[in-house]
Design a protein around this ligand. Structure first.
Ligand code: IPD
Ligand code: CA
Ligand code: CA
Length: 255
């Protein structure tokens, strides 16, 4: 059942990405949500509708938590199959840079990460996997990243956290080899999975974290809320993803 769903979702992710890349070259609508730089486009909404419709066909009893609210936005519990959908992650990049955005989808069963998918859209590379399944980029297995310490690697921290000097995060950045800000949780999660980053700190909504968490944990990375607890699947969390060593290094700085 899960293997069959997995094969179907891999095809879905590729189809949605092809649609996204072709829609980029046609006119689309852009609207603001909570703030002038919090954008949603008609492509986000079309993707979400396509994904939600597909999930309802292949997994009829599931619950769907999708960012733009076309699925069931306010699901009450994590019982059974819960699909968590980010139809375009990095919408600001999609609009302004036309690069560095992705599509994310995850299946949690009874609250446990089961399958995660992150499409690196411009490169048409699909990262997928989950607990006990391994993690792959397309058909190629990804080895677990080395357990590097903070000073030997790059860290991504979302810009508001640095600008507002929260949790001594500028000091964390100074202790790393370098600071990176990709503007897309999807791209930053890929950075963690591939070992390009040793840490990533950001306020993440359920659809920003779900897919990356399913893969990062399988690769032995630490995924936790900044207070050390396990992130809640249905809430926004201030999240740290890191190698085990970098997570200890960061904990010493943020106290
Ligand atoms: C956003 C991006 C951004 C992160 C925000 C997310 P969206 O997702 O991943 O990097 O810092 O917290 O909301 O809105 O483009 O899907
Ligand atoms: Ca989004
Ligand atoms: Ca997002």
């Amino acid at each position: 059942m899960i293997d069959e769903l997995d094969s179907k979702i891999i095809k879905l992710m590729k189809t949605v990405n092809e649609r996204t890349l072709s829609r980029m070259n046609e006119p689309y609508q852009v609207a603001t949500k909570t703030h002038f730089n919090d954008l949603v486009t008609s492509v986000d909404k079309e993707n979400e509708q396509y994904i939600d419709d597909y999930l309802r066909r292949v997994d009829p009893d599931c619950q769907i938590l999708s960012e733009e609210g076309l699925g069931t936005r306010d699901i009450k519990d994590v019982a059974g199959h819960v699909w968590i959908v980010d139809p375009i992650d990095g919408t600001l990049n999609f609009v302004k840079q036309r690069n560095y955005f992705g599509i994310m989808l995850a299946l949690y069963i009874d609250g446990q990460p089961t399958l995660g998918y992150i499409m690196d859209s411009k490169n048409s590379r699909l990262y997928h996997g989950g607990p006990g399944r391994g993690v792959y980029v397309d058909d190629q297995k990804i080895e677990a990243p080395g357990n590097l310490d903070l000073r030997d690697g790059l860290i991504a921290i979302s810009s508001p956290l640095i600008l507002e000097n929260e949790y001594h995060l500028p000091a964390v950045a100074e202790s790393a080899s370098g600071l990176r800000m990709y503007g897309s949780a999807a791209m930053e999660m890929i950075g963690m999975i591939t070992g390009e980053l040793v840490g990533y700190v950001s306020h993440l909504k359920p659809w920003d974290l779900a897919a990356g968490r399913a893969m990062a944990e399988e690769l032995g990375l630490v995924v936790k809320s900044i207070d050390g607890t396990t992130p809640d699947v249905l809430s926004s969390n201030l999240v740290l993803i890191a190698t085990r060593q970098a997570s200890q290094d960061i904990a010493k700085i943020i106290g």
